[in-house]
Write a protein that binds this ligand. Structure first.
Ligand code: GCB
Length: 626
């Protein structure tokens, strides 16, 4: 899969679509829990047209066809010649197939490096079961932006490659022969989220499940279910209805606890209900108890499996259900190294989270963007705690209001999707962003958003470390952003980008805030099966040495409450070009692209085995309280 492949370079024709993009960011009302609702599975083989010049989107004057009142062309019309005189220069029917869900890069070697537009088309029949039903076309994710058309009409535009979205299709649906066309474009953009420079593969396509979802005329558009603030035996539910009948009776039931409670929504469709839940068993990694919870309105209802737990910080401690907790974590990209390409299925989630459990983890950092929903649902069942993140990564355009609107929308869509997953304990708003006023203002907005949308989780960001100019062994953590986060989380690469492994034991830390410290990354590259001494770059022994020396060094930080080393598996990255060593892969995985463990896997596994209880941190690192 590493073979050199032709690169289709996308000309920057898409400037004008940026305006469209920005007007289309606001999430539309769509039924909550779309992945669990009745409807039609649209996964499978779709016809696709690779369109590097966006010929199917713009005419030769660079005007979008879909903006015209009577479009004269455009692939979304999905035309076929009716007469021998007809000139139609594309054909979905005659075009090859791509599997959905799935990135295009790993399905066709010619598309490995492709960045641009691919058109997808799928035909389907559907008759709604209810006379007044509304139907939505729901996408688990499309990277990076998508235009969706049904039967020749545009339904909408979505920006952001890792969160779900849906468009209403009720008025356009036919019982048979529906043509669903999606233009997906994964061109990197300077003002995008992420921006042009990342350290992961820019997989494009309909990378997650696609479904037609049927909902009643007035449906549950949002529903948050968790413990009431400060309580362990009271449940708070907030429901929002969308539709012509906003005032309805709402009933919550938890049969296993013989609980029922009710209320009525106001004219805004919203109800907030609290119910006493004596005898509730709290969710935890040791006992990931889930309850079947039903929320019924008069016209709609949903049933989900929900766990209840508290998460908080107190001084240096992270408290889960009031008990101090050490986070035995690991970072993950959303990639299945064995198959190659984006992970998207329950089987992929089982593989990746299974490896994390084998490492004795109780915590996983889903880096650097929202992963598919199966991950959080499986983590709920397995009792794995999660850190979820949006792709505000490295050098975002901090002063651009559209970039901020985009990041806020991605965060809102992530929280909307996973707010009822007990496993998720941290919303992270950024990774390794440069200290600066505009940056901090941008990220504070995201932190405030996360807290106001969901007060039941910790908020953090993976920050950076700086070196004392007078002493290379003195590392300082004092990013002003740390004032606003619940955790002091930072990435450090002492022994890899910063000196050789022997430096690790000499390092002293000054950590400026009195909050729990989570080391969100450390690590070193190693090619699985390549051996050498502890200073031989890219050998398993070098990586092993970095882990052997780093873990006891971290243990000496008094506030140290866990880590998520970088990373569980080798992953693809176009930045990693060193022949015979990297070949397009970042080699910091504890597991190689072949699924084989490297030596450091066992070092971390043994360390975590020794941390199965609550840690008693030792040491004398200075804490400079400001
Ligand atoms: C980092 C980044 C991560 C990279 C990693 C590396 O600090 O957060 O995305 O992949 O370093 O391997 O350099």
């Amino acid at each position: 899969m590493n073979a050199a492949a032709p690169t289709f370079l996308m000309p920057s024709l898409l400037k004008s679509s940026c305006f469209l993009l920005l007007t289309a960011l606001t999430a539309r009302a769509a039924p909550v829990n779309a992945s669990l609702r009745p409807g039609l599975d649209l996964n499978g083989q779709w016809h696709r047209i690779v369109d590097p010049y966006d010929t199917g989107y713009y005419d030769y004057r660079l005007q979008p066809y879909d903006a015209a009142a009577q479009p004269s062309g455009g692939f979304f019309l999905d035309r076929r010649p009716q007469a021998e005189t007809d000139l139609i220069e594309y054909s979905f029917d005659a075009s090859p197939l791509l599997a959905v869900p799935g990135d295009w890069n790993s399905q066709d070697e010619r598309l490995l490096y492709y960045e641009g537009t691919v058109w997808y088309r799928r035909l389907f029949d559907y008759t709604p079961s209810g006379a007044n039903s509304r139907v939505f076309l729901w996408f688990g994710a499309a990277n990076y932006e998508a235009d969706v058309y049904l039967n020749g009409h545009k339904l909408g535009h979505h920006v952001g490659g890792f969160t779900p979205f849906a468009f209403e299709a009720t008025a356009l649906l036919q019982p048979s022969g529906n043509s669903l066309v999606v233009r997906v474009n994964n061109q990197r953009r300077r003002a995008g989220v992420p921006t042009v420079m990342t350290d992961w593969w820019n997989y494009g396509g309909l990378t997650r499940d696609v479904r037609l979802v049927e909902a009643p005329a007035t449906f549950i558009a949002d529903c948050a279910i968790h413990l009431a603030s400060g309580a362990r035996d009271r449940i708070a539910v907030r429901v929002r209805l969308d539709g012509a009948q906003p005032v309805q009776k709402i009933t919550i039931t938890i049969p296993e606890l013989s609980l029922t409670a009710g209320s009525t929504t106001g004219a805004d469709g919203v109800a907030a209900i609290e119910l006493a839940a004596p005898g509730l068993a709290l969710w935890s990694p040791d006992r990931p108890k889930l309850y079947t919870v039903t929320v019924a309105a008069e016209t709609d209802g949903l049933t989900d499996e929900i766990g209840f737990r508290t998460i908080a910080v107190r001084g240096h401690d992270i408290l889960l259900n009031g008990q101090p907790l050490f986070l035995r974590g690991i970072c993950l990209h959303e990639e299945n190294p064995l198959r190659g390409g984006r992970a998207f299925s329950p089987a992929d989630a089982t593989l990746l989270l299974g490896w994390a459990r084998e490492l004795n983890c109780n915590f996983v950092r889903l880096a650097h963007y929202p992963h598919n929903e199966h991950m959080a649902r499986l983590a709920d069942k397995l009792g794995l705690l999660l850190w979820e993140e949006i792709p505000v990564y490295w050098a975002i355009t901090w002063d651009d209001p559209d970039t901020l609107a985009n990041a806020r929308n991605q965060l809102a869509e992530l929280i909307g999707r996973d707010q009822n997953r007990a496993s998720v304990i941290v919303w992270s708003v950024a990774n390794e962003t440069p200290v600066g006023e505009a940056r901090t203002r941008f990220l504070r907005t995201l932190i405030d958003d996360a807290r106001s949308r969901d007060g039941t989780r910790l908020v953090s960001a993976a920050m950076e470390v700086r070196t004392d100019p007078a002493d290379a062994d003195h590392k300082i953590v004092d990013d002003p952003l740390g004032e606003f986060t619940d955790l002091q989380s930072f990435n450090e690469y002492v022994g890899w980008y910063d000196g050789l492994p022997e430096k690790i034991a000499r390092v002293r830390w000054t950590i400026s805030r009195d909050k729990p410290v989570i080391i969100s990354e450390f690590g070193a590259d190693a090619v699985q099966g390549m051996h050498g001494g502890p200073n031989t770059r890219f050998s398993e022994e070098y990586q092993e040495q970095v882990y052997r020396l780093t873990l006891p060094m971290l243990d000496k930080i008094p506030q140290f409450r866990g880590c998520t080393p970088w990373i569980l598996c080798d992953f693809r990255s176009p930045r990693r070009v060193l022949p015979q060593i990297q070949d397009g892969w970042n080699r910091k995985g504890l597991i190689g692209e072949n699924g084989q463990r490297k030596k450091a896997f066992d070092v971390l596994k043994a360390y975590y085995a020794g941390h199965l209880g609550v840690p008693e941190p030792r040491g004398s690192t200075t804490t400079d309280q400001r």
